[in-house]
Design a protein around this ligand. Sequence first.
Ligand code: AMP
Ligand code: MG
Length: 325
Amino acid sequence: MWSISVMAVFGTDIERAAQLLSEGELVAIPTETVYGLAGNALNEDAILEIFKVKKRPKFDPLIAHTDSLDKVKSYVTHIPEQAMKLADVFWPGPLTILLEKQKHLPDLLTSGLPTVAIRMPHHRLTQELLKMLDFPLAAPSANPFGYVSPTTAQHVQDQLGDKIPYILDGGPCSIGIESTIIGFNEESKPVIYRLGGKKVEDIERVVGKVKLKIIHSSDPMAPGMLKTHYAPSKRIVIGKLDMLIKRFQNRKLGVISFHDTFDEIPPENQLVLSPSKDLDEAARHLFGALRTMDQKNIDLILTERFPDQGIGQAINDRLKRAASR
Ligand code: AMP
Ligand code: MG
């Protein structure tokens, strides 16, 4: 007997995507951050299927995506004033807000936590899709748990294509790094739990100084924040590139740099994230570069620390996690 694995169909047919999602199936969706593996966030079977397809542990809560504040109000008990300000300014956009959930949201969605992570994505196709649905979409990144997130429909196809029926193709992601996650502590002060596509400086302009509680150790309550995450299978070393290239001169090296090139390394094994030194462009190209390097005939990926400002903070966070084993 031949075993044929059926690959997902690519397309821009939102009616078809809506139909599949309404039937409890999973569909990959484009967002400005990364591609999501979406399912009905109110349907426990669909949520279970997301965990299964991603091989994601069930203690890692999912983000619910929707398209209007009215819908958000039907999922949460209340929206604190500061959260409302953030939503007004940054939604739709790459900011996820933790809010107290209403009882009818499945505990499976939030891993039993009293809060739900909510975001309005900024992507035309996905917004149109959400508008057609009377439920929010749980949509973690569409990759196997722990691996680099997908920023094109092809990335999704490469890893999950045989496990889902449809990939909504919205082109390459315009930001290319996951959302920033913000919540509020016991004193109702804003706390950033994950660095991401919305810059800390922009957030502080709206709500004042925020605390950063970025967890770099293994913490079962926050696996998206696990020390090792967003990791390709090849080893990554971060440092001063010219020195690393000397130190590892006997190895087959791949280099991911911000803007420089190196004569000692074959051009095909170098990826420059932004020749014009633009951090946003570098972020957009980061995950694709890690995937490309992972497939090359090299034994080590070298990269560097980026300027720690704007989205550079999130780039450094992802590289650090990709490099830690
Ligand atoms: P992902 O959907 O893969 O981008 O990851 C979502 C991440 O959001 C999880 O890994 C958690 O770290 C975080 N998260 C989601 N819901 C909550 C919540 N209720 N409280 C704290 N963190 C959350
Ligand atoms: Mg993820």
